[in-house]
Design a protein around this ligand. Structure first.
Ligand SMILES: [Zn+2]
Length: 340
């Protein structure tokens, strides 16, 4: 988050101002959830995106996003070699290649284990049993991995929070999605149109309603988001100078910032753990904005790969869904996932 001064209230005002300015402009043609741009990576094994081309393409679609709100934060979030390695090793193509390898390894392991303890006259019975067990185990592992891919990913989605905090002012949300089609891996950087004002109002109302029932909501947030910890590297002196509360600190630091302004106290770097749980003392609107930003990239990833699923009663209440392209909008996704 950008801190209290540039926090939710200011973001909201900017969003409203942009909405008023653009009512008759080219952006009025867009609806929430509509994909504005899908930029493929240069290579599946080296996932880099042409960010200047992204900005030019967005300009053609009527979105004037300055470099400081697009290329700079995206470069910080995705260009680190460790992040690119993670993208490759966590891609659907990698799982696709690993599946038959894992099946063969499991088959050999189960066969050699059973062969030691069971004496079978008919080898085909043993082979069939081993194949069935291996298929079951492989399917279970793939199912767990696929389920994990639907969750908020700390190494990619969380890194994109800072990007979305900036692009949401231009009514855009960003996510990285990948899939396998015709035995070929595809990885794309998606820019989806999203006017956050309706979701912010709805989620703020939900949190205000829940605030009357004690701190049950805060307990739920802490229980369901406690594993979301951001590890950052900061200077020891810098850490001491920061206020005790986590709530007003930016979630992600700009890694280049410290190089531009070297500290006069050349202190040792230490790692600090930052929780993504919104603090209890935050106003409902601030909490709502922080939740919307935290889950924005994970939501867009599921939206563009058509993996969003919601209970049927959401479909029967279209007035509460602020996204025409999916069964759930962002605020409903968060309510469903975190507040239930
Ligand atoms: Zn919504």
């Amino acid at each position: 988050m950008e801190g209290r001064d540039a926090g939710p209230a200011v973001e909201e005002t900017e969003v409203d101002a942009a909405l008023r300015a653009d009512k008759a402009g080219p952006r009025s043609q867009w609806a929430n959830g509509q994909c504005v741009l899908a930029m493929p990576s240069r290579s599946v094994l080296n996932p880099r995106f042409d960010l200047s081309q992204c900005r030019a393409s967005l300009e053609n679609e009527g979105f004037q996003v300055p470099v400081c709100d697009l290329e700079a934060p995206l470069g910080t979030a995705l260009d680190a070699p460790s992040v690119r390695r993670y993208l490759v090793l966590n891609s659907s193509l990698f799982y696709f290649i690993m599946t038959p390898v894992m099946y063969m390894v499991l088959w050999c392991a189960v066969f050699s284990t059973l062969h030691l303890y069971i004496t079978v006259s008919d080898y085909w019975v043993l082979c069939l049993s081993v194949s069935l067990v291996s298929i079951f185990l492989t399917t279970a592992v793939i199912f767990v991995l696929q389920h994990k891919k639907k969750e908020l990913n700390v190494n990619v989605d969380v890194r994109l929070i800072q990007v979305n905090e900036r692009t949401v002012k231009h009514k855009l949300l960003v996510a990285v999605a990948d899939w396998v089609q015709n035995c070929r891996g595809h990885m794309q950087l998606y820019f989806v149109y999203w006017d956050m004002s309706h979701c912010l109002t709805a989620l703020t109302d939900t949190l205000e309603e829940r605030s009357f029932v004690g701190n049950e909501t805060q307990c739920k947030l802490e229980r369901k988001m406690s594993h979301l910890v951001l590890v950052t590297e900061v200077g020891a002196a810098e850490l001491e100078d920061e206020p005790a509360s986590d709530e007003r600190r930016p979630l992600l630091r700009r890694e280049g910032a410290r190089d531009d302004a070297p500290s006069s106290r050349d202190d040792a770097r230490v790692t600090a753990n930052r929780s993504l749980v919104p603090g209890e003392s935050l106003l409902p609107q601030d909490k709502a904005f922080r939740l919307l930003m935290t889950y924005s990239s994970a939501y867009v990833k599921l939206l563009v790969t058509e993996r969003l699923s919601g209970p049927s009663h959401y479909r029967l209440r279209p007035g509460r869904n602020h996204c025409a392209a999916a069964p759930l909008c962002l605020c409903q996704y968060i309510t469903n996932k975190i507040l239930r």
